[in-house]
Every structure is written in structure tokens, then in C-alpha cells.
Design a protein around this ligand. Structure first.
Ligand SMILES: [Zn+2]
Length: 93
């Protein structure tokens, strides 16, 4: 029996294996928030590791190093959602 495909990142393109959204997709975020529900700081640190990996992969994939990956967008995508107080707009509106 084959279970559902987990919402994990497909490297080096960093799209979800299941829904093809930029990873972490919404289900992946929910899953991670469940895993780290007692440690938001740990989740941020965990996602920072992925962010570092993703930037490394993106730099390798880009044919031209300019423009560099948008670090603000990547921060929002990987880190900001883990803690609304980190978000420049102060979280969801
Ligand atoms: Zn997904």
C-alpha cells in the first residue's frame, strides 16, 4: 500500500512533491507547526537550515548570479510564517 505523498520539498527546485507549490506549502506549514507546537524558536531555527540550503541550490541553478535570490521573499517564505511577530507587516491582516 502506498500512502499519500508527503508535502516535502523537491530539491533543488524547492517545490512540494505533492501539490507543486513553492515549499513550504500550506499543508507542509501546518505539519511543521504541529511538529514544533511547543517550540516556535526551534521551528524558526529548523526552517533557517532549509533557507540556507534553498539559497545554496538557487545560486547553483541560476544561470547568472545577478539578480541574486530575493532574500526578503525567501525570508518570508521560509521563516516569517513561523512567528507572526517576525513579519515586517506584523502578521496577517
Ligand atoms: Zn504541498
Amino acid at each position: 500500500m502506498v500512502g499519500p505523498v508527503p508535502h516535502t520539498a523537491q530539491r533543488p527546485i524547492w517545490l512540494c512533491r505533492e501539490c507543486q507549490e513553492p515549499w513550504p506549502c500550506e499543508p507542509a506549514r501546518l505539519e511543521l507547526q504541529m511538529q514544533f507546537r511547543n517550540g516556535k524558536a526551534s521551528l524558526a531555527a529548523y526552517m533557517a537550515g532549509y533557507l540556507t540550503d534553498a539559497i545554496g541550490d538557487m545560486i547553483k541553478l541560476l544561470p547568472d548570479p545577478n539578480p541574486a535570490p530575493d532574500s526578503q521573499a525567501l525570508f518570508d517564505r521560509f521563516i516569517a510564517w513561523t512567528n507572526p511577530s517576525l513579519h515586517p507587516d506584523g502578521g496577517d491582516r
